[in-house]
Ligand binder design. Structure first.
Ligand code: ATP
Ligand code: ZN
Length: 283
């Protein structure tokens, strides 16, 4: 049995649970206790604050964990990175008051920067030979320039709207982050095998994101053209309809190409087009 640590409450919790669910792993969602036992796979789920996940995994209290790359880098715990999970995208950036006259990273010399990520910031400042003060704050870093606590901030940004509403301007992006699956570096053979199963399931669920299953009827004379428009995974599936001269064609299409493909297929006589959601792609 593996024990997986996920964030108990916050921006990564819902998507962590959704990934489990798409992977056929059901977690009782009634009342989240500290630990709950999943069904569909022999797995225990441990709910923690995201900040505590790297240490829990480094110590083997949890065998695996789902946590942002930003937290992994900040905590400097020894964990193995297993896979990117494609959600929780954000970046760690430096921002200054919009009216500050910032003109490049030298502007930061001798200034005070507020952050909850002192380790990552300190490393970046050293790499860039900038001598600046770091002021560590846990919550609401973005208000510190207005309060006169700091000249600049170093914080998580996703859309940038929080910065704008606090009169700040993003000036340097230091690191990009997304949720990662991490593991205790010394998992035994048996646990390694269980981890492989989970990775396989996660991958097939992530691969299906942004993909749709489409099926439609096509007249015989347009079949070759339709096959060229719908490449599918290997090639599309073609089934003969009971009515002669007509075929049903099935394929998997990336969402960003969906409408363009459908318009071209309609133009060559496709009828009865169905677009279905995909849950998993097993490669
Ligand atoms: P906890 O109570 O677990 O310590 P938290 O307040 O530290 O929670 P959240 O705000 O829930 O953390 O964010 C969790 C993670 O979500 C971040 O560490 C980051 O990896 C990711 N994330 C993605 N977008 C954002 C965003 N706009 N703001 C903050 N975090 C984001
Ligand atoms: Zn946190």
């Amino acid at each position: 049995m593996l024990r997986l640590a996920i964030q108990s409450k916050g921006r990564l919790s819902e998507q962590s649970l959704a990934l489990l669910s798409e992977s056929g792993i059901k977690v009782p969602d009634s009342k989240r206790t500290l630990i709950s036992h999943a069904s569909g796979l022999d797995l225990e789920v441990l709910y923690l604050r995201d900040d505590d996940i790297p240490q829990a995994v480094a110590m083997g209290v949890a065998d695996i964990g789902i946590v942002g790359r930003n937290v992994i880098e900040e905590k400097q715990e020894k964990v193995s990175e297993v896979m990117h999970l494609g959600f929780g995208a954000c970046r760690l950036s430096l921002a200054v008051p919009a009216t500050s006259g910032y003109d490049g990273i030298r502007w930061l010399s001798g200034r005070k920067i507020a952050t909850s990520y002192p380790v990552i910031l300190d490393r970046w400042l050293k790499e860039n030979n900038i001598d600046a003060g770091i002021h560590v704050i846990e919550g609401s870093v973005e208000i510190s320039p207005a309060l006169g606590i700091a000249d600049a901030i170093f914080d998580i940004v996703s859309t940038g709207s929080t910065l704008t509403s606090n009169g700040l301007r993003e000036v340097e992006t230091v690191m990009a982050s997304e949720a990662e699956l991490v593991a205790y570096p010394e998992l035994n053979e048996e646990k390694r095998k269980e981890l492989e199963k989970i990775v396989f399931r996660f991958r097939s669920s992530l691969d299906s994101h942004g993909m749709k299953y489409v099926l439609m009827n096509i007249p015989q004379e347009s079949l070759d053209e339709a096959i060229a428009i719908l490449p599918g995974m290997r090639s599309p599936t073609i089934l003969k309809l009971a009515q002669s001269g007509w075929y049903s064609i099935h394929s998997v299409v990336p969402e960003n190409k969906l409408w363009e493909s459908i318009e071209r297929l309609k133009a060559i006589g496709a009828e009865g087009i169905l677009v279905l959601a995909l849950e998993n792609i097993i490669k």
